[in-house]
Ligand binder design. Structure first.
Ligand SMILES: Cc1cc2nc3c(=O)[nH]c(=O)nc-3n(C[C@H](O)[C@H](O)[C@H](O)COP(=O)(O)OP(=O)(O)OC[C@H]3O[C@@H](n4cnc5c(N)ncnc54)[C@H](O)[C@@H]3O)c2cc1C
Length: 384
């Protein structure tokens, strides 16, 4: 167990999940992670093993337990943790809450076991943060709807057995016109292509460009109510974002653990580098920020576990935990000097991976937009 493992009262059931995930990360993920990153290899076998272990949909577990799992897996393998955020947060959570019973029966347990892979298609070339600007169209046609458009950066996109596809029913309505449909992966009209270029990080994850040309699905496959697609996306993003924040805590912890070990062992000018005040102060800052991030993540999880609204707390946790983890990864590389500038160590991979955590599921700026809107409330002086 890491020296930075939890030091306060985590319920036994949650701690059991955490310990199981830590063992899985050490025994199953760690031996594969470096080569998978080098080769850009996504592994269905790893997905199945995560499903078998119950990590995709931890049976009877609290949201806190899901965060502990994400921290442990995120500390070792950002691509595997990213897979969990999408499969559990962006795909399974909306299906659970909004899908008609027959679709739930068809997909939930297969997705939970990792036997089927899901993807969530929101982002487009011209619509990232601005979901209301989506150009993918959804047109009603008898008992069906027809979907046309292009999506980019879709995690699991080339492997997915099922997609949640978001599109626009009326561009004038922006977010109030969005709808979401469950689309089986083998539906005619879907073309899957690789992302242009090689990803900076998450290289053992699968990302794709998708085009939908006249893709026809039953209108009954709608997830959520008519023109309530934005709420469906927000529901998925709430759990997904907290998973991302918890994963960032894992990366941060891994960077601090490595830095402490190195600062104890590396000697320059006749002493441990950790005994230079500047290096010691960096370690102290990394530790203080790690503990802050972890408490924010746990606070957001516990609110929801108690049935309380946690949307504001999730945005705080995502903003602070991902930005702090990125800072910690940069500091860890500096502290290791030139040896961290190759993939002989894990730090470069953590740094490459963690940048994405400040971008996807709502960039840091978008978290600030959410928070400031909540703080300011409605403009009562506005005339319209
Ligand atoms: C590894 C990875 C995996 C991904 N997986 C998925 C996936 O599975 N499904 C999916 O749909 N998408 C996925 N994405 C896409 C991701 O969700 C988007 O990249 C993200 O939402 C940002 O959109 P954008 O890149 O178009 O940036 P833009 O929205 O164009 O933003 C560019 C910059 O402008 C800033 N900005 C934009 N609007 C505002 C504002 N109102 N105020 C202040 N600043 C603003 C942003 O913060 C950012 O810095 C993935 C991305 C990555 C990197």
């Amino acid at each position: 167990m890491s020296a930075y493992a939890l030091e306060y009262d985590i319920p036994d059931a949650d701690e059991t999940w955490r310990a199981k995930a830590a063992a899985f990360a050490a025994d199953v993920l760690a031996p594969l992670v470096r080569d998978a990153d080098r080769d850009g290899r996504f592994s269905r076998e790893t997905v199945l093993r995560m499903g078998e272990a119950g990590f995709i949909q931890p049976e009877g577990a609290s949201l806190l337990a899901a965060c502990l799992i994400a921290e442990e897996i995120g500390a070792v393998d950002g691509s595997a943790r990213g897979f969990l955020a999408v499969q559990a947060g962006l795909v399974l959570a909306p299906i659970h809450k909004f899908a008609p019973a027959d679709l739930r029966d068809a997909w939930v347990s297969r997705l939970a076991r990792g036997e089927a892979i899901g993807a969530c298609a929101l982002t487009e070339p011209e619509a990232g943060s601005d979901l209301g600007g989506m150009q993918t169209t959804i047109r009603a046609d008898g008992d069906d709807v027809v979907i046309d458009g292009t999506k980019v950066w879709i995690t699991n996109g080339s492997e997915a057995d099922v997609f949640l596809v978001f599109g626009q029913t009326d561009p004038a309505l922006r977010t109030r016109g969005l709808e979401c449909y469950l689309v089986a992966g083998d539906t005619p009209g879907i073309t899957r292509g690789p992302m242009p270029g090689q990803e900076l990080g998450h290289r053992a994850a699968d990302h794709a460009t998708l085009t939908f040309e006249g893709v026809r699905v039953p209108a009954a496959n709608r997830i959520g109510e008519a023109r309530k697609g934005f709420s469906v996306a927000m529901h998925g993003l709430e759990d997904g974002r907290l998973n991302v924040a918890a994963g960032a805590v894992g990366v941060h912890r891994a960077c601090l653990d490595a830095s402490i070990a190195f600062a104890r062992e590396r000697r320059q000018f006749g002493k441990r580098i950790g005994d230079f005040q500047q290096v010691g102060a960096t370690l102290a800052d990394m530790d203080a920020k790690l503990r802050s991030s972890r408490l924010l993540v746990h606070h957001a999880a516990r609110l929801k576990d108690r049935g309380l609204d946690n949307a504001h707390a999730v945005s705080v946790a995502k903003l602070v935990a991902t930005e702090s983890a990125l800072e910690a990864a940069t500091q860890a590389i500096q502290l290791h000097g030139s040896r961290a500038y190759t993939d002989e160590l894990d730090l470069g991979r953590h740094w490459r991976d963690v940048i994405a955590l400040t971008i996807y599921e709502g960039t840091s700026n978008i978290q600030r937009v959410i928070l400031s809107r909540n703080l300011l409330g409605k403009d009562e002086g506005k005339s319209s």
